[in-house]
Design a protein around this ligand. Structure first.
Ligand code: UDP
Length: 461
């Protein structure tokens, strides 16, 4: 168990996460890492999110969760109680949700002025541009947490810089991303935000050994400082809290682990589409058929309501837990599950956190992206790192079954893939250990903030 030191107590890091699990969880991990290095850490969010995150707070960290009221439904047009993206009843409300977050600016400034030491650094989600005002008011550097891989960030940056998106005629037209060491083809629908533009630097939940080539290129082309300090899900070294990560698991969390305990090593396929992704009913039915026909054990996280429910076979609903399957409703303790030796394959929607969590445990993946940057991450997993098999939205029926077979067995090619995954997992763990590349980059980040603070102090004298 790591005990925090107090060396950096005069540094105050203020976090502004975007309110979605895939954004809040890695930022909370980063907050925990800084707190373990002795820094003072404040995490600004809203009451619902604070309550949800509180059980995930590492036992020995001293992070202060600040809960500022989310603006009322009368002013935002959002349904009451929607303080997080996964609570939105429709994707059409996402824009209104983005706009609503800006109402947190004034109370954040007030709270920081009246109750807390001045921030030495603002670490903000890429989706919250208004945090610029906070950094400006306190003369603190503003670092962006990108939430994506450096690979994805560079794709976006190069597409913008070369004006590729403007030249693409239709949503489905394929084009090659310029200026990359690998050939990467995308379509227009996959645009994401360029994190570097307005920040003093970008923090990546990634590690040098994973995408060094892309990190060097990103530094060169943007001229920005970057820090790769991941995989941050490994921040809870003694795993004491991974079971509560994000929110309380929907079934008895220990039931998941107990079920895994009784399965052979590497025999279980874990299936999850992240915190907001949903399949449509035919996709759910196809996946259910493929999992059933594979003859393998599987644990599948299914969202309640909508497509997931509609396509699910009746027997999966009536008997969710058998010797071969466990259907988890809503939320599973994913990091704890993936870390269990019984898991041998991971069907993922390719959210970047899930990809990294999969990499850490060294299991090969079946990739099934649903939207946005997930398609770019799929390229990284399948074509660059070569540790995954794509389901391929374009493939004919039976694709899911084929992909499962390739990942879980797959002969020589499958063996090589598994070996590459295992090796990457080891490198990921080494990166965050003392002296590892991510550990050292976190030290550099702290030094950068410390120097900035000293220089500011000197100017003010
Ligand atoms: N997660 C989890 N249990 C679930 C679903 C998701 O713990 O049942 C966690 C997962 O471990 C990851 C995050 O939620 O840390 C999801 O982030 P990701 O980037 O993979 O996908 P998103 O939800 O943003 O699409």
């Amino acid at each position: 168990m790591e005990v925090p030191n107090h060396e950096n107590a005069d540094l105050h890091f203020v976090f502004f996460p975007f309110m979605a699990q895939g954004h809040m969880l890695p930022m909370l991990d980063i907050a925990a890492l800084l707190s373990l290095r002795g820094a003072t850490v404040t995490f600004i969010t809203t009451p619902f999110n604070a309550a949800r995150l509180r059980p995930s707070l590492p036992v020995h960290s001293s992070i202060s969760l600040v809960a500022l009221p989310f603006p009322s439904s009368a002013s935002t047009g959002l349904p009451d109680g929607c303080e997080t993206v996964d609570a939105l009843p429709s994707r059409n409300l996402v824009r209104a949700f983005f706009a609503a977050t800006k109402a947190l600016l004034a109370p954040s400034l007030r709270h920081l002025r009246d109750h807390l030491p001045p921030p030495s650094c603002v670490i903000t989600d890429v989706f919250l541009p208004w945090t610029r005002e906070v950094a400006r008011e306190f003369g603190a550097p503003r670092l962006i947490f990108s939430g994506s891989s450096c690979f994805a960030a560079l794709c976006v940056r190069n597409l913008r810089a070369h004006g590729v998106l403007a030249r693409v005629a239709s949503e489905s037209e394929r084009f090659v991303v310029p200026g990359l060491p690998h050939r990467v083809e995308l379509t227009k629908v996959q645009e994401i935000i360029d994190a570097a533009v307005t920040s003093d630097g970008v923090i990546f939940n990634s590690f040098e050994e994973l995408e060094r080539e892309y990190m060097n290129l990103y530094r060169e082309t943007t001229g920005k400082r970057i820090w790769a300090i991941g995989p941050v899900s490994l921040s809870d070294k003694d795993m004491s809290n991974t079971i509560n990560r994000g929110r309380k698991a929907s079934i008895e969390e220990h039931q998941c682990i107990e079920w895994l305990e009784q399965r052979e090593p590497k025999s279980v396929i874990y299936v999850s589409f992240g915190s907001i992704g949903r399949l449509n009913p035919p996709q759910t039915a196809e996946l259910a058929r493929a999992l059933d026909a594979s003859g393998r054990n599987f644990m599948w996280v299914v969202k309640s309501g909508g497509g997931d429910d509609d396509g699910l076979p009746e027997e999966f609903k009536v008997e969710p837990v058998t010797a071969r399957r466990m259907i988890v409703r809503g939320w599973a303790p994913q990091v704890a599950v993936l870390s269990h030796g019984a898991v041998g394959g991971f069907v993922t929607h390719c959210g970047w956190n899930s990809v990294l969590e999969g990499l850490c445990t060294g299991v090969p993946m079946v990739t099934w992206p649903l939207f946005a940057e997930q398609f770019v991450n799929e390229k990284a997993v399948v074509d660059v790192l070569r540790v995954g098999v794509r389901v391929g939205v374009e493939r004919a029926n039976g694709w899911a079954g084929e992909a499962l077979e390739e990942v879980m067995d797959g002969g020589t090619e499958g063996g090589l893939r598994r070996e590459r995954a295992r090796e990457l997992g080891e490198r990921a763990r080494r990166a965050v250990e003392g002296g590892g590349t991510s550990f050292v980059d976190l030290t550099r980040l702290i030094e950068f903030v410390s120097e900035h603070k000293s220089m500011k102090g000197a100017r003010e004298i």
